[in-house]
Ligand binder design. Structure first.
Ligand SMILES: CC[C@@H](C(=O)O)C(=O)SCCNC(=O)CCNC(=O)[C@H](O)C(C)(C)COP(=O)(O)OP(=O)(O)OC[C@H]1O[C@@H](n2cnc3c(N)ncnc32)[C@H](O)[C@@H]1OP(=O)(O)O
Ligand SMILES: [Co+2]
Length: 136
């Protein structure tokens, strides 16, 4: 695994949170994107070398809606950049981690993504991300 690709924060209202976090970071969002397959609307901030992803649910059965119902707003996942997502899935499966989707799926910001179940990762939802242009 390489660096942290982004930190995902679950929010109730994206517009309000865009305003709140731009005050904190001193910079506006650089993009918004809806990923219907994940039931989310996202916006992105660059903070130095780091990326923050805000996520609002687009439906009541979205993972973000469920998370907010249980835990409230806050850090939802940590995403790591990987060079070969299939190799990482194999490696982590062999180590005994529960991979939520063995076949990488299309995420936001031109990435293929795979999630590890938080019950096998000390309660932290981990996302693996590979840049789509790096995948043959
Ligand atoms: C924008 C696209 C993409 C990107 O490119 O960056 C994204 O980031 S999409 C982000 C949204 N998508 C996902 O989160 C997909 C992966 N998540 C899931 O598949 C599910 O949320 C889950 C982790 C399998 C849990 O869902 P489910 O099994 O339906 O049950 P519950 O929602 O009722 O929760 C069960 C259990 O798990 C705990 N939980 C849930 N979410 C998290 C979390 N983010 N971090 C830590 N723990 C989490 C929840 O608290 C429950 O715990 P217990 O009560 O102790 O059982
Ligand atoms: Co994410």
């Amino acid at each position: 695994m390489n660096k942290i690709e982004h930190i995902g924060i679950a929010v109730k209202n994206l517009e309000n949170s865009n305003e709140l976090f731009s005050k904190i970071f001193g910079a506006p969002i650089y993009k918004t994107e809806t990923v219907e397959s994940e039931g989310v609307k996202t916006s992105f901030f660059k903070v130095g070398a780091n990326k923050i992803e805000l996520l609002e649910a687009t439906s009541e059965d979205s993972p973000i809606a469920k998370f907010i119902n249980i835990k409230g707003e806050g850090i939802h996942h940590i995403a790591f950049d990987v060079v070969d997502i299939d190799a990482e899935v194999k490696r982590l499966t062999n180590e005994g981690f529960v991979v939520l989707n063995e076949n990488p799926k299309k995420g936001a910001d031109n990435k293929l993504v795979v999630f590890l179940h938080p019950k096998t990762t000390n309660g932290v939802l981990i996302e693996l991300c590979q840049e789509i242009s790096l995948k043959e």
